[in-house]
Design a protein around this ligand. Structure first.
Ligand SMILES: *Cc1c(COP(=O)(O)O)cnc(C)c1O
Length: 305
């Protein structure tokens, strides 16, 4: 729980997102170079891809002279958490439309959001499904007044634009593979679009199901992206599904963190590094492959249980 009333004063700093090299016997054995892009270091509360996704939306909302941001999410949504923090830091009122679950005292995400000043409205799963329908948005406008809408998970054209800046042009030259977790696919799509077809963009799906390849193609069409095909998505590292874990993953995470001093969690980044180490052990990559893993942040997700 955040207790210091001055807890949110400094703004995200993208220059803190450095690249670090990992040193493991397995990497030496297999002659693989594995580096990490530390997006988690950009800010304590607004870290990783959630900041990148909000950044140009905040600018746009300011330009439109909107004073309120409204978004949607589940009770453990990193995006709701980041939107609340962004509102507090950049001077917006914030409203979170929360799916289903009522607020429980131990829910860090929603308690944090409330501390940032976010107003929460809990809606049934049924109503939540109507979140993109104009009539529902009109009802919300009647209730809350004018606002700037950010979609669930934060993925829109401006979010993808922000994610295009996670990996630099030099990095696409240096690395054969850029690996990143996929939730809605917004972050992945931004990186793919920035790649100009260079290096292979490898996505690991945090969700159970085979639909993610179609979803990326849908995003390419919907947001008029370049449609580069230098990518693949692996759908067999979900460990039971979104927000679920496995014994193997639970064992892997503390081992990784004690060896590297890099914190990871089981919803996203734990699954990324688990997948990469599994793939490397199984000779999925050729010797001398240079891999850049994007650490997308999300570290408070672990406090869920
Ligand atoms: C939200 C999130 C993702 C997934 O991002 P998408 O753009 O929705 O695919 C990955 N990692 C972390 C830590 C996240 O919080």
């Amino acid at each position: 729980m955040v207790t210091n009333k001055d807890f949110l004063t400094h703004k995200p700093n993208e220059s803190l997102s450095v690249i670090e090299s990992l040193d493991f016997p397995l990497l030496k054995d297999k002659k693989i170079k594995l580096d990490v892009k530390r997006e988690d270091l950009v800010h304590t509360y607004l870290s990783g891809n959630k900041w990148r996704k909000l950044k140009y939306n905040i600018e746009h909302a300011k330009r439109l002279r909107k004073s309120t941001l409204l978004s949607f999410g589940g009770a453990y949504s990193n995006h709701i958490y980041a939107t609340a923090a962004a509102g507090k830091l950049y001077g917006f009122e914030t409203i979170g439309i929360i799916r289903g679950d009522e607020l429980t005292a131990d829910n860090e995400t929603l308690n944090f959001a409330i501390q940032c000043g976010m107003k929460l409205k809990f809606v049934s799963r049924e109503l939540y499904r109507k979140k993109t329908e104009p009539e529902f948005l009109l009802e919300l406008e009647n209730e809350f007044g004018d606002f700037y809408v950010i979609p669930e998970g934060g993925t829109n054209a401006l979010a993808i634009q922000g994610c295009e800046e996670i990996v630099s042009e030099d990095d696409f030259q240096t690395y054969d593979v850029i690996a990143v977790m996929v939730g809605t696919g917004g972050t992945f799509s931004g990186i793919l679009n920035a790649s100009k077809g260079k290096s292979h963009i490898l996505g690991i799906s945090a969700l159970k199901g085979e639909f993610m390849n179609t979803e990326i193609e849908n995003l390419i069409v919907k947001f008029d992206l370049k449609g580069y095909q230098n990518y693949s998505i692996l759908t067999n590292y979900h460990h039971g599904g979104y927000g679920k874990s496995s014994q193997e993953l639970n064992d892997f995470i503390p081992e990784f963190t004690s060896h590297t001093q890099i914190p990871i969690e089981f919803v996203y980044t734990g699954k990324l590094f688990y997948a990469l180490f599994d793939l490397i052990a199984k000779d999925y990559f050729k010797p001398q492959t240079n891999i850049l893993a994007v650490h997308t942040g999300g570290l408070r997700a672990d406090r869920r249980f």
